[in-house]
Design a protein. Structure first.
Length: 462
């Protein structure tokens, strides 16, 4: 029996059990190995309706969209229309930030690998029209600079919206049309689309939350993020098979299954090259390329991306040296833990690659002096206060802006030592799950300059 056949059997026997164990309402998965794709689905798409998940069901893929956005940018590179190392303003003269010098010098490459240095979460709702992305760009004019361009990694949704706008301007088309005409169409995708109007043509998943008080998953208040953030991951939907078709194009030197050359082999390789080291957060990868995260796992190269929208989580992993990939799409629950069990099995059996354990506290790693970490760290979307009491660190988060309407302030949770200057905090609604936080930099007085959770939140000085 081939390895992919063995995995097919394992998923048939275990997929639904795993979802139930981790309170995931519904999910679908597709796995590529030995030149074949196997698919499975289980659970329901919406606990209010009871509609079952199938292999053709569409889920939001969230920030996996960013790999699509860079693929569209690299198509422009292939045509000689974009140079990654030219300033963004060469292609988008109206690009403005609070720091004029930074706005004038930030390059396309720096946006692609999340080193632009300005605050990265601007989820303003600019309407549902096709010009939603274009309307977002002027709203960046007062966004502050956290650090000089190129200095460090800080995950940036806003940066990818700028990249999406570059695509729109150079193509003379709106975002959705660029995605359909240059990726969905050439790849021959049949269950993929650019938002609710496309999703409703298929069985579409609805996101769910787990109440902190316990109980089963409940549907979220809204279906998706604002259309203004489409290039960053707000609207793209598809089934796992179509997401793997996109990944297989990247495995096949840019060539689609139907023979169409969607991207040059040179651009495919360039996207995988490591551009920046990522803070040690355990779940985001060790390095970042152009769009792709590089996880740095033992046994071989694994690239990929995760996606999180309103109650939906998506995971794409690709092992290029083994022509192995899988796409897991979920609609709530402890999706990260379900993903980890599945990824550990698939990567070990199909590629001989070891997936490291999820972050867990290590009391022996506690630093002797905690004063460096105490203080308030803030961004446009959240304020985080870190305090010390009894030789232990405590954290409280208060959502701001658009997120204040979608989320409640957190209770005070303990920051537990993991290793070095990285701590983990319990996720109250997900027992046994921990979110890493790394303290980085120096504010000039010996205190940490940033609290890093993938996004760098800067210390507030008063």
């Amino acid at each position: 029996m081939s390895k992919i056949s063995e995995i097919d059997t394992w998923l048939r026997e275990n997929f639904a059990v795993l979802l139930d164990r981790h309170r995931v309402p519904g999910a679908a998965i597709a796995v590529l190995a030995d030149g074949e794709i196997v698919e499975h689905a289980a659970g329901v798409l919406n606990t209010s309706t009871g509609v079952e998940s199938t292999k053709d069901s569409v889920f939001q893929v969230g920030s996996i969209t960013k790999v699509w956005t860079i693929t569209l940018i690299m198509q422009l590179v292939d045509e000689g229309l974009v140079d990654l190392d030219r300033p963004v303003r060469d292609y988008l003269p109206e690009f403005r930030l609070a720091d004029e010098q930074a706005a004038a010098t930030i390059t396309v490459r720096q946006l692609a690998c999340h080193t632009g240095g300005f605050e990265g979460d601007v989820f303003a709702d600019t309407g549902t029209g096709e010009d939603a992305v274009a309307k977002l760009i002027p709203l960046l004019a007062d966004v502050p600079q956290l650090f000089p361009p190129g200095e460090r990694f800080s995950y940036s949704n806003a940066g990818y919206c700028v990249l999406g706008r570059i695509v729109e301007v150079l193509r003379g088309e709106y975002w959705d049309d660029c995605v359909r005409e240059r990726l969905i169409g050439p790849l021959g995708l049949t269950h993929a689309g650019c938002g609710a109007e496309d999703a409703i043509r298929h069985r579409a998943a609805f996101g769910h939350d787990l109440p902190e008080t316990g109980g089963g998953p409940v549907p979220t208040k809204v279906w998706s993020l604002a259309r203004s953030n489409a290039p960053a991951g707000a609207t793209l939907v598809m089934c796992p098979r179509d997401l793997l078709t996109f990944a297989r194009m990247h495995l096949n030197e840019g060539k689609a299954d139907n023979g169409a050359q969607v991207l040059s082999p040179e651009s495919v390789r360039a996207m995988r090259e490591r551009q920046i080291t990522v803070p040690d957060l355990g779940v985001m990868g060790a390095y970042w390329g152009l769009g792709w995260a590089d996880f740095g796992w033992q046994g071989g190269t694994v690239i990929g991306h995760d996606g999180g929208t309103i109650g939906q989580s998506a995971f794409l992993r690709v092992a290029p040296e083994h022509d192995v990939a899988f796409a897991l799409l979920t609609n709530g629950g402890a999706a990260l833990r379900a993903y980890h069990e599945i990824a550990t099995k698939l990567m070990r059996e199909l590629a001989g690659i070891t997936v490291p354990p999820l972050p867990e506290p290590d009391p022996a790693a506690a630093p002797a002096d905690l004063s460096r970490y105490v203080g308030e760290y803030s961004s446009r979307v959240v304020s985080t206060v870190v305090t010390e009491e009894g030789g232990r660190l405590w954290l409280r988060r208060t959502p701001k802006g658009e997120f204040a309407e979608l989320d409640e302030p957190s209770g005070t949770v303990e920051l537990l030592p993991w290793h070095g200057e990285t701590f983990v905090a319990v996720v109250p609604e997900l027992p046994g799950a921990y979110m890493p936080h790394e303290f980085v930099g120096d504010d000039g007085t010996g205190r940490a300059r940033f609290l890093h959770t993938g996004r760098a939140d800067r210390r507030v000085t008063r």
